[in-house]
Design a protein. Structure first.
Length: 261
């Protein structure tokens, strides 16, 4: 998943204020204002202007107004499938003025909406491919998320190493790729919802925040969660360890006899 620091700050602000925009009287006020202004200026992006005026994400304003519009058509709550399809493809909306306003909102939102979701997904996949390429360059054997799901795992990190490695003296069994900046809120959420469950199932692991993270968050190393902002260059593999630490007992009898002589 991709998300920069500015986007995370904006999302925090939205989470603090979104509840008031979902109050029925506020929704109705937004909707009536939209109808009035759209009638007066049918070619202007009035819904986008309204979202900016009330300090609400344009894509979330679009969802609220579209939901209210569909309730007026059918007299009931529209399904999430219908709502999401119309947000992704505004041409499906019967009212062409509303369709145009919805489109303007979705393409002018840097944090929410179908366009942002698509971009985040693409960037997230790009970094997962980068991670796999780095592992292949090091000749490390691994299973990716898709392979793990075909094996029946329901909740997995991006990579499981078939043979553990050591990074900065810490054993790593799995790697999670995050194409985002690791701030306190997001990292705490990931720890509770993902990382500790990976640790419980697969052992200690590594999280790569490709866009950096707050240094103080890398405080769980002794408990088995290591943070990095790039692919580690100091990986120690089992093969490397065995070739550099061969003991007398591992050598052939002939070699040991020569030592005695």
């Amino acid at each position: 998943m991709y998300e920069d620091a500015e986007g995370q700050i904006s999302k925090k602000r939205t989470k603090r204020t979104i509840s008031r925009h979902h109050a029925p009287d506020v929704i109705e006020n937004h909707y009536q204002r939209y109808l009035s202004e759209a009638k007066a200026q049918p070619t202007a992006p009035v819904l986008l202007a309204l979202a900016n005026e009330v300090d609400l994400s344009p894509a979330l304003m679009a969802r609220i107004i579209l939901d209210r519009y569909l309730q007026g058509l059918d007299g009931g709550m529209p399904s999430k499938t219908v709502l999401n399809n119309m947000l992704k493809e505004p041409s499906l909306i019967p009212d062409q003025i509303l369709a145009s306003n919805i489109y303007q909102c979705t393409i002018n939102d840097c944090c929410y909406g179908p366009l942002v979701d698509c971009i985040k997904h693409a960037i997230g996949q790009e970094h997962e491919v980068l991670l796999c390429d780095k592992l292949k360059e090091r000749n490390l054997s691994f299973l990716d998320e898709n392979q793990l799901r075909t094996m029946g795992y329901d909740k997995t990190p991006d990579i499981i190493l078939e043979v553990p490695v050591a990074v900065e003296g810490h054993i790593v069994h799995w790697i999670e790729s995050k194409a985002s900046f690791g701030d306190d809120h997001s990292h705490r959420t990931y720890l509770n919802e993902q990382f500790w469950s990976y640790w419980n199932r697969f052992g200690p692991g590594l999280v790569i925040y490709w866009y950096g993270f707050i240094g103080e968050l890398d405080c769980q190393r002794d408990r088995g969660i290591l943070l990095k902002d790039c692919f580690p260059t100091d990986i120690v593999t089992l093969c490397h360890a065995t070739t550099t630490t061969t003991t007398t007992q591992e050598r052939s009898p002939e070699s040991r006899n020569k030592d005695k002589e």
